[in-house]
Design a protein around this ligand. Structure first.
Ligand code: XMP
Length: 479
């Protein structure tokens, strides 16, 4: 190897987007909708990282509601990960297919217990054979003190209920709820058997957030990560059965041959009906091999993450802007989109990553401090912060061992390649995403781009020096 043949690679801080003549009058004329995979489109091109201090159900629900997507991490038992996916699927849907029920001869005490345990305010009352007998709402039990009183005496009886048929549309449900001045619409079949429930709350959320990422049944969309060892095939199948919309085959060195082979194995096991994202890679050869093997999305990033130490510990990685550019170019002939994973610190980084050819970005750090992340809040220096750790840190490995959720040893290297840290508490996910998407919109408008496709075509970068970087950040002021 000759030193002159070593190529230069750049990262976000090494470049800026060059402004160009733009016909865009307003940033709201910009449409940031983009592809996460060949078949899954997001209104906001941001996904939350599959890390145990970033994405479980609460994060995934918040992300999907604002048009992004959460990828539930895999350092859980299969049952736990499936339960997280199921929670997202249940959070918001036009029809709740299996509403929580109670028997008419149960008592008020039973109903109160069930409501608390299940986190719901109303229970559908069903008799033998799932026949609808009534509805028990908060209003029915308010100020009741006889805990032994049977539900039958408290519920709104069947004769007084407004109900719909099994195929009630959103419009029809809205009309029935409005005319009946009620908040819950049980759905029954011809034999008056309960087949579902539509709630006013879900209908309102649907109307308020048309950009939310939904599946074909109106449920929030969610992704879930898997590895390439141990029970990964059964895990993938269980996640698909639970309704996961995309499976993310995620290992540190996604260009390992066993990882490339695993794509076909998973594709066969899932019958081609769930999209597969594979990663992580940082070279055009890696990206091409994953796309060729059948990945529907390729995740790019080796070492750019804020809690990664791979580049320090192993000396391995490719600065992220170049990695994204090279991988996007390699994936283009396959029609496979690239996800830029790691190293996003500002809205400007999102704009640069997408201008470089990515269609979405994956974010860990910036979401780890939100109230929706599963990280633990701790005190530091008199303030409150949240724990955030690399998945290859020794702290994460210890936690996995304690949980007995270690499905492989790939993320538990001999030496840790990540650190455990803390991040400041942040605003809600919706606010953080609004800021990042706002930055992207702005970046696009400077490039005269109305769509992500136009952005890919129009964006021009300029390389900058340390002087240029200093000039870019606020300077010569004090706070
Ligand atoms: P940010 O910068 O958004 O990056 O916090 C999140 C991404 O970092 C990667 N990740 C790791 N990389 N060692 C690594 O080398 C680790 O321990 C580690 N944990 C997470 C991952 O790609 C994530 O999405």
């Amino acid at each position: 190897m000759n030193h002159a043949s070593i190529p230069l690679a750049l990262s976000y801080d090494d470049v800026l987007l060059v402004p160009r003549r733009s016909g865009l009058a307003s940033r709201s004329d910009v449409d940031v909708a983009s592809r996460l995979t060949r078949n899954l489109r997001l209104a906001a091109p941001i996904v939350s990282a599959n890390m145990d201090t970033v994405t479980e159900s609460e994060m995934a629900i918040a992300m999907a509601r604002v048009g992004g997507l959460g990828i539930v991490h895999r350092f859980l038992t299969v049952e736990q990960q499936v339960a997280e996916v199921a929670r997202v699927k249940r959070a918001e849907a036009l029809v709740i297919p299996d509403p929580h029920t109670i028997a008419p001869d149960a008592t008020l005490a039973d109903a109160a217990d069930a409501s608390q345990r299940l986190g719901v305010t109303s229970l559908v009352v069903v008799g033998p054979g799932d026949r609808l007998e009534g509805l028990l709402t908060r209003r029915d039990v308010m100020l009741r003190t006889d805990r032994a009183q049977p539900v039958r005496e408290l519920m709104t009886p069947r004769a007084e209920l407004v109900v719909g048929g099994p195929d009630t549309s959103a419009e029809e449900a809205a009309r029935l709820l409005r005319d009946g001045r009620v908040e819950k619409l049980p759905l029954v079949d011809d034999d008056d058997r309960l087949v579902g429930l539509i709630t006013l709350r879900d209908l309102l959320q649907r109307a308020e957030r048309p950009e939310a990422t939904k599946d074909s049944r109106g449920r929030l969309a969610v992704g879930a990560a898997i590895g390439v060892r141990g029970d990964y095939v059964e895990r993938a199948q269980a996640l698909q059965d639970a309704g996961a919309d995309v499976v993310v085959l995620d290992i540190a060195h996604g260009h390992a041959e066993h990882a490339v082979r695993a794509i076909a194995t998973i594709r066969d096991a899932l019958g081609g009906s769930t999209d597969i994202i594979a990663g992580n890679v940082a070279t055009p050869e890696g990206a091409r091999d994953l796309a060729e093997a059948g990945a529907d999305g390729v995740k790019v990033g080796v070492g750019p993450g804020s809690v990664c130490t791979t580049r320090v510990v192993a000396g391995v990685g490719v600065p992220q802007l170049s990695a994204v550019m090279d991988c996007a170019e390699a994936c283009a002939p396959f029609g496979v989109p690239v996800i830029a994973d790691g190293g996003i610190r500002f809205g400007g980084d999102v704009a640069k990553a997408i201008a470089a050819g990515a269609e979405t970005v994956m974010v860990g750090n910036l979401l780890a401090g939100t109230p929706e992340s599963p990280g633990v809040v701790v005190s530091r220096n008199g303030g409150r912060v949240k724990v955030f750790r690399g998945m290859a840190s020794s702290a994460a490995a210890d936690a996995r061992r304690a949980l007995e959720a270690e499905d492989d040893t790939e993320f538990t290297p001999v030496v840790a390649e990540g650190v455990e840290a803390v991040v400041p508490l942040r605003d809600a996910v919706a606010v953080v995403l609004h800021g990042l998407v706002g930055g992207l919109r702005s970046g696009m408008s400077y490039s005269d781009a109305r769509t992500i496709t136009e952005f890919h075509r129009n964006a021009r970068f300029v390389r900058i020096t340390p002087g240029g970087l200093r000039e870019s950040h606020p300077h010569d002021v004090s706070y």
